[in-house]
Design a protein around this ligand. Structure first.
Ligand code: NDP
Length: 475
C-alpha cells in the first residue's frame, strides 16, 4: 500500500515538474514573448531602412555605376537633391507588373499542381510528401517537396526560350530590374500584412501563434508559425524557396546575358559568380527536405522578416555581384580565378558536409558513422506546450565537435568567394559578406538562446563539450 502511494506521489511530482518545464518552454522556446528595447529598436530600424537600403544599392548601380559614395557626396554637397535622384528612378510599369504576376503565378502552379516526380528517378534525392519537425504545440506538418522539379522546369524553359523560341530576351530581368523591384515590394508587403491579419482572425494552428502585444514586433517577426492556405500551400516553404531562390539563378543568367549584349563576351568573374551561386541554389533544392529541419522552417514565425525578405531582400541583394559585373566587367587573372573557385568550393564542401552530418545523425537517431566512427553526443530533453516530453541528441562528433555552427563558417567562406570574384575596385559587391557575417553571427546567438531555453542544463553540458561557435580557438 505504502509502495503504491509512493509511486502515485512520484508520478504527481513528475507531472508537476513537467508542467513547470512547460511554462518555461512556452515562454521562451521560439520567439520572445517580452520585447526588449534593443529588439524593438532594431526592428523599427529595419522596417524603416531595409527597403531604403535595397533601393540605395540598386539605384547606385543604375545611376552611379555602383558607387556607394557618389550619391551621398552629390546630396551632401548640394550637387543633387533627393528629388533629382528619385525623378531619374524608373517607375512601376505595366510590363513589369505583367512579368512579375506571370512569374509568381507560374511558381504557384508548379508548387501546387505538379506532385514531385524527381524522387522517382533521381537516386538519393528526397522529394514528395515529407514531414517537418515537431512544433512547440506538438504539431508535425506535412510538406510537398517539389522545389527541385520547379527549378528544373523553370530553367529548361528559360534555356529553351533563349536558344530556340525567343519569346523574350534573356536580358528581360536586368532590363526591368527597378520596375520589378516595385512589384516585389508590393508582394512582400501584401503577403506580410495578410499573414498578420490571418494570424489574428483565421490562423492555421492557433496553438502555434505568438502574440507579444507589440504591433511592430508581431508584424516583423510574425504571429503564425506555419501559415497555410488549404492543406498544402505553406507560406514559409513557398516564399522562401520560390519565387526568391528559383529566381536567383535566373537573375544571374540575365546579368550574364546583359554582359554578352553590352561587351560581346561574358567575363570569367561572371561565370564564377553564376557557377558558385548556382551550386548553392541547386544544393538548396536538392536538400529541400533537409531544409524543413532548419531554423527558418522549424523556429521562425512568418512575418515581414520572411515575407518581405524573401520577396525583396533576397533576390535583390543576394545578386549584387552579378549586377555589379554588368556595370564593371572584371576579367580575373588565372591565379585569382582559381583561388576564388577553390575558396568557393571548399566553403561549399564544409557547408554541405556539416549540414549533412547533422541531418544523417538526426535521421538515424545517432545510428550512423561520422568520419568512420560512431558519433558521440549529449542526450537531452524538452517539453512541448501540451506537456509532452521529447528526447533529443546533440552531436559532438565530426564538424559539430569543431564548432557549434561550422556550417555557417563554410557558408561564410562561400559568400566571401562570390565577393572576391568581383575584384577590389568597389565595396558594393562586398556588402554580401558583411551582411552574411552579421546575419549568421546574430543567428548563432538567437539559436543558442532558443536552444538554451529548450534544453536547459543539457545545452550547458553541450556548450562545455564544444566551446566555440564559428572558429575553433577564436570565437
Ligand atoms: P542549423 O542547421 O545549424 O540548425 C540549428 C539547429 O540544429 C538548432 O536549433 C538545433 O535544433 C540543432 N542543433 C544544434 N546543434 C546541434 C548538434 N550538435 N547536433 C544536432 N543538432 C543540433 O542552422 P540553420 O537552420 O540556421 O542553417 C542551416 C543552413 O542554412 C546553414 O548552413 C546556414 O549557413 C544556411 N543559411 C543560409 C542563409 C542564407 O541567407 N544564405 C540564411 C540562413 C541559413 P533542435 O531544436 O532540433 O535541437
Amino acid at each position: 500500500m505504502a509502495a503504491h502511494q509512493e509511486k502515485k506521489l512520484a508520478e504527481e511530482r513528475k507531472h508537476q515538474n513537467m508542467q513547470n518545464d512547460t511554462k518555461a518552454s512556452q515562454g521562451q522556446w521560439g520567439r520572445a514573448w517580452e520585447v526588449d528595447w534593443f529588439s524593438l529598436a532594431s526592428i523599427l530600424f529595419l522596417l524603416m531602412f531595409a527597403p531604403l537600403i535595397v533601393y540605395y544599392f540598386i539605384m547606385s548601380c543604375d545611376q552611379y555605376q555602383c558607387s556607394l559614395t557618389d550619391p551621398l557626396l552629390d546630396l551632401l554637397t548640394g550637387n543633387k537633391h533627393l528629388s533629382d535622384i528619385w525623378n531619374r528612378t524608373p517607375t512601376l510599369t505595366y510590363r513589369a507588373a505583367g512579368i512579375y504576376a506571370l512569374w509568381v503565378t507560374f511558381q504557384v502552379v508548379l508548387y501546387m499542381s505538379i506532385p514531385d516526380f524527381c524522387h522517382k528517378f533521381l537516386p538519393g534525392y528526397v522529394g514528395g510528401v515529407q514531414e517537418g519537425a515537431v512544433t512547440p504545440a506538438g504539431v508535425v506538418n506535412k510538406y510537398e517537396i517539389n522545389g527541385l522539379q520547379a527549378w528544373i522546369i523553370t530553367h529548361v524553359l528559360w534555356f529553351a526560350n533563349a536558344s530556340c523560341f525567343h519569346f523574350f530576351s534573356p536580358t528581360i530581368i536586368f532590363d526591368n530590374w527597378i520596375p520589378l523591384l516595385w512589384c516585389a515590394n508590393i508582394l512582400g508587403y501584401a503577403v506580410s500584412t495578410f499573414a498578420m491579419i490571418k494570424g489574428y482572425f483565421f490562423p492555421t494552428n492557433a496553438k502555434d501563434c505568438k502574440f507579444t502585444g507589440n504591433f511592430f514586433y508581431d508584424y516583423m517577426m510574425g504571429i503564425e508559425f506555419n501559415p497555410r492556405i488549404g492543406k498544402w500551400f505553406d507560406f514559409k516553404l513557398f516564399f522562401n524557396g520560390r519565387p526568391g531562390i528559383v529566381a536567383w539563378t535566373l537573375i544571374n543568367l540575365s546579368f550574364a546575358a546583359k554582359q554578352q549584349e553590352l561587351y560581346g563576351e561574358v567575363t570569367n568573374s561572371m561565370i564564377l559568380v553564376n557557377v558558385l551561386q548556382g551550386i548553392y541554389v541547386l544544393d538548396f533544392f536538392w536538400n529541400e527536405a533537409w531544409y524543413l529541419k532548419t531554423i527558418d522552417i522549424c523556429h521562425d514565425h512568418f512575418g515581414w522578416y520572411l515575407g518581405w525578405g524573401d520577396c525583396v531582400w533576397l533576390p535583390y541583394l543576394y545578386t549584387l555581384q552579378g549586377l555589379y559585373l554588368v556595370y564593371h566587367p572584371v576579367q580575373l587573372c588565372t591565379a585569382h580565378a582559381v583561388g576564388v573557385l577553390m575558396l568557393g568550393l571548399l566553403g561549399y564542401f564544409i557547408f554541405r558536409m556539416t549540414n549533412h552530418q547533422k541531418d544523417l545523425f538526426r535521421r538515424t537517431n545517432g545510428n550512423c558513422r561520422i568520419w568512420g566512427k560512431k558519433p558521440e553526443y549529449i542526450e537531452c530533453s524538452y517539453v512541448s506546450v501540451d506537456g509532452t516530453k521529447y528526447y533529443s541528441k546533440l552531436m559532438t562528433s565530426g564538424f559539430w565537435g569543431w564548432a557549434r555552427h561550422f556550417n555557417y563558417t563554410g557558408d561564410l567562406m562561400g559568400s566571401l568567394a562570390y565577393c572576391l570574384a568581383c575584384g577590389f575596385e568597389h565595396i558594393l559587391p562586398y556588402f554580401y559578406i558583411v551582411y552574411m557575417t552579421i546575419l549568421l553571427t546574430h543567428r548563432c546567438i538567437r539559436d543558442e538562446h532558443r536552444c538554451c531555453s529548450k534544453y536547459g542544463k543539457d545545452w550547458k553540458r553541450y556548450t562545455a563539450a564544444v566551446p566555440y561557435r564559428l572558429l575553433p580557438g577564436i570565437f
